[in-house]
Ligand binder design. Structure first.
Ligand SMILES: Nc1ncnc2c1ncn2[C@@H]1O[C@H](COP(=O)(O)OP(=O)(O)OP(=O)(O)O)[C@@H](O)[C@H]1O
Length: 258
């Protein structure tokens, strides 16, 4: 069952087609990785899908409703978005930043219902932030603050979560933990889409990979079906070795530029 559908999304800035005729669906219970080189149009596609950028053509639907028809608070209860740029203007405590994820339910940092409090606590635990609740955000490391932003997105407990490079600043343990958490959330019945630059991690955790190149979706399928040396050369311009383990996992080693 598709929780989210994007159909024929296109967007042009000046003379450049940043996204061309892109369609995809996010199935309940799945984690999908969006992969592609820098500048391929991944963030632009996410922003179009979320209704944050008006497409020249095409539309997106969540649970059958057009995303562009939903009021912002309703949209925020349906889809959480973790953007790539995550500015923080004030040295607020971690708990208050995570509580912003409850805003669409009427929750504000000083006015949280018990339900809001519980959701904030669950998000803090899920992102390994227990003990950081009272810390001012401007005293955190880059990886810690990345997990605070993720916790804010998770606190909404939305059926769909769209994340733009959530693990870019994370050490290997936390990167694996975040993707394991995404898997768990998918197994609970949500649909997740995440930009992932580390293709080995995408291969390991994603049920499906959507490949973008020059504004177009050029492949969409499992790691086993889509990760090939030819595709890595074509999409990323790299030479790579791809092996399949006895238990069906894809192992890849990027050898260098093609
Ligand atoms: N308003 C705009 N006008 C012109 N070009 C733009 C505009 N917005 C984005 N671009 C360009 O469109 C291309 C796609 O950008 P986008 O941020 O979607 O790529 P991306 O795949 O997310 O890249 P990265 O992996 O580096 O984050 C880039 O070359 C970017 O410079």
């Amino acid at each position: 069952m598709s929780l989210f559908v994007a159909q024929n999304l296109s967007y042009t800035a000046g003379e450049s087609a940043l996204v061309s005729n892109a369609s995809f669906a996010l199935e309940k219970g799945t984690l999908t990785a969006l992969v592609g080189p820098n500048g391929a149009g991944k963030s632009t596609l996410l922003r179009l899908a979320l209704g944050l950028l008006k497409p020249d053509a095409g539309h997106a639907e969540i649970s059958g409703d057009k995303v562009s028809d939903l009021a912002p608070a309703e949209r925020a209860r349906q889809i959480a978005y973790l953007p790539q740029e995550r500015p923080l203007a004030w040295p607020q405590p971690v708990r208050d930043i995570v509580a912003l994820g409850r805003f669409s339910y009427g929750g504000a940092p000083l006015h949280l219902s018990q339900e809001d409090e519980d959701a904030v606590a669950r998000a803090i635990t899920a992102c390994d932030l227990e003990g950081f609740e009272e810390r001012a955000a401007d005293t955190l490391s880059g990886g810690e603050i990345a997990r605070v932003h993720l916790a804010r997105a998770l606190a909404g407990e939305t059926p769909v979560l769209i994340a733009d490079e959530p693990i870019a600043a994370l050490d290997p343990r936390h990167a694996h933990e975040v993707l394991q958490l995404f898997k768990r959330l998918a197994n609970e019945g949500r649909a997740l889409l995440s930009v992932v630059h580390d293709l080995s991690l995408a291969a390991r955790y994603a049920d499906r990979l959507i490949w973008m190149k020059e504004g177009q979706i050029v492949a969409d399928g499992t790691a086993r079906d889509t990760i090939t040396p030819d595709r890595l050369r074509d999409v990323f311009g790299v030479e790579a070795r791809v092996d399949l383990t006895a238990d069906g996992r894809v192992l890849l080693e990027i050898l260098g530029p093609a």
